[in-house]
Design a protein around this ligand. Structure first.
Ligand SMILES: Cc1cc2nc3c(=O)[nH]c(=O)nc-3n(C[C@H](O)[C@H](O)[C@H](O)COP(=O)(O)OP(=O)(O)OC[C@H]3O[C@@H](n4cnc5c(N)ncnc54)[C@H](O)[C@@H]3O)c2cc1C
Length: 435
């Protein structure tokens, strides 16, 4: 059969891999002129490694992604350093990425609050009942079981940071999944995520997949037993099509979808993101910390500062120190329309809080990346509102970050949902052979 995949992110590429292996003719349409999607990276001419536009790492529990890399024969290129994540308390930074560090964190005192924090953490690690948890908001559940103080200190900042105005509508299954799947060791690919994406793209081409870069899909229509993909004014017919973009784009491509399905797509909520990458002359965190969690109420103009070269060596970047400063924001936030220079001016006073010696002339270069679709927002009982991968239009499939659930979206789950979509497409095609 002839298959089109819209999007060369990790979801689309993983689906292409399985469909092509099963002997089908696969074309990927990608509007950007590179593969990798949200996990793509960029490189200065004197860097050996690329830097992700939006900070990325894997967890040791990312079995779908690590499994795929092993299948591709590149497991020896995955590195798992052990960087430090820190949390602010009374103007000081404390390591906060393991159970031991959590227990030693002074922000909760060492009395009843710490005990409640410990029991709730243990319960969430042990239970698998996320379906029960999704009926409550994380806000209500945590207040009830962990207590107001623990919630306000530990969990509310995380929710506010990621979900802004939706923070008290996010369901508890999201929080469960987050605590369940995270590990202290964080992984990356030798050369950066873009190197991996390029190698995967090359592998797909060698297998016979056609990847059309710079091909922006405009519409998908079912006519005369085929799905017609229109990109840059040209049409081509396929037996099956998989779309891996945002739900909004999916609704735009296919306005002929039944009203119920379209409504389901358009009612999904998500946050955008704005991330600045800086190449600095000097190290920002003298202690060598990688990830600074910044509670919104502490007044920082960003949610996270991440010193990438405290995770991987700066030798890969010609000696530059690479720092990210980013935030999840609603589309329309002023950061989306500010110039790179204006945003840098806004961020500079904050960098001085991490290192009082920081000066404007430490900054060699900045890049700013913006996306409208960065983080889906799972509301109460989200499992009942997830659009199905197989759409009501025969042969048309949809696999996006918004359907990744109960786990928090990530490249691991992009691979998982891409492969799940490919299985459904293969089943359908096998059935039509016997029908
Ligand atoms: C700030 C931030 C931090 C993150 N951190 C991590 C992390 O640490 N670890 C991790 O694993 N994941 C992380 N993620 C999530 C991860 O990037 C995504 O889950 C994953 O890349 C999604 O892959 P995808 O294939 O589903 O979608 P995408 O990567 O979004 O791929 C969709 C593709 O469709 C293309 N497209 C869009 N419109 C069209 C069109 N009209 N025609 C043709 N093509 C089109 C896009 O260009 C894109 O390449 C992060 C994301 C963000 C935003």
């Amino acid at each position: 059969m002839r298959v089109a995949i819209i999007g060369a992110g990790f979801g689309g590429m993983a689906a292409a891999y399985d469909l092509r292996k099963a002997g089908h003719e696969v074309t990927i349409y990608e509007s950007a002129d590179y593969v990798g999607g949200l996990a793509s990276g960029f490189k200065e001419p004197y860097w050996n490694w690329s830097v992700e536009k939006f900070y990325h790492h894997w967890f040791q529990s990312d079995s779908e992604m690590l499994g795929l890399i092993k299948e591709l024969g590149w497991a020896d290129r995955v590195l798992f350093p052990r960087p430090y994540t820190v949390l602010l308390h009374n103007g000081k930074w404390y390591p906060f990425d393991s159970i031991l560090h959590a227990l030693l964190f002074p922000g909760l005192g060492f009395g009843l609050d710490k005990i409640r924090f410990g029991f709730v953490g243990l319960y969430l690690r042990l239970t698998d009942n996320w379906k029960g948890l999704e009926q409550d908001t994380a806000d209500a559940w945590m207040r009830k079981y962990a207590g107001d103080r623990v919630y306000e200190k530990m969990w509310k900042p995380l929710l506010v940071g990621k979900f802004g105005p939706y923070y008290n509508q996010v369901n508890m299954a999201w929080m469960w999944a987050r605590l369940k799947a995270r590990t202290t060791r964080l992984g990356t690919f030798e050369g950066g995520f873009q190197r991996f994406a390029d190698m995967f793209g090359e592998k797909l081409r060698d297998m016979g997949v056609e990847i059309r870069l710079g091909a922006r899909v405009e519409s998908i229509k079912r006519e005369q037993d085929q799905l017609w993909v229109q990109a840059d004014g040209k049409r081509a017919g396929y037996d099956q099509v998989l779309v891996t973009t945002s739900p909004n784009l999916m609704a735009k491509f296919s306005p002929d979808l039944p009203e119920n399905y379209l409504k389901g797509l358009l009612e999904l909520k998500s946050m955008g993101a704005v991330v600045m990458v800086l190449a600095l002359k000097h190290q920002l965190s003298r202690q060598g910390y990688y990830w600074f969690n910044l509670p919104k109420e502490a007044g920082y103009p960003m949610l996270a500062v991440v010193e990438h070269t405290n995770f991987v060596s700066r030798e890969h970047f010609g000696g530059d120190h690479i720092v990210y400063a980013g935030d999840y924001l609603q589309v329309g936030h002023e950061y989306f329309s500010m110039s790179d220079e204006e945003l840098l001016e806004r961020f500079i006073p904050a960098f001085q809080k991490f290192n009082p010696a920081f000066e404007r002339d430490w900054v060699k270069k900045v890049w700013v990346f913006k996306t409208n679709y960065a983080q889906p927002v799972p509301l109460v009982n989200h499992s009942k509102n997830i659009p199905s991968i197989q759409t009501p239009i025969e042969g048309l499939y949809f696999a996006s970050m918004s359907q990744v659930y109960p786990w928090d979206r990530g490249t691991n789950f992009a691979v998982q949902i891409g492969r799940r979509a490919a299985r459904l497409m293969l089943d359908r095609s096998n059935r039509s052979l016997v029908d």
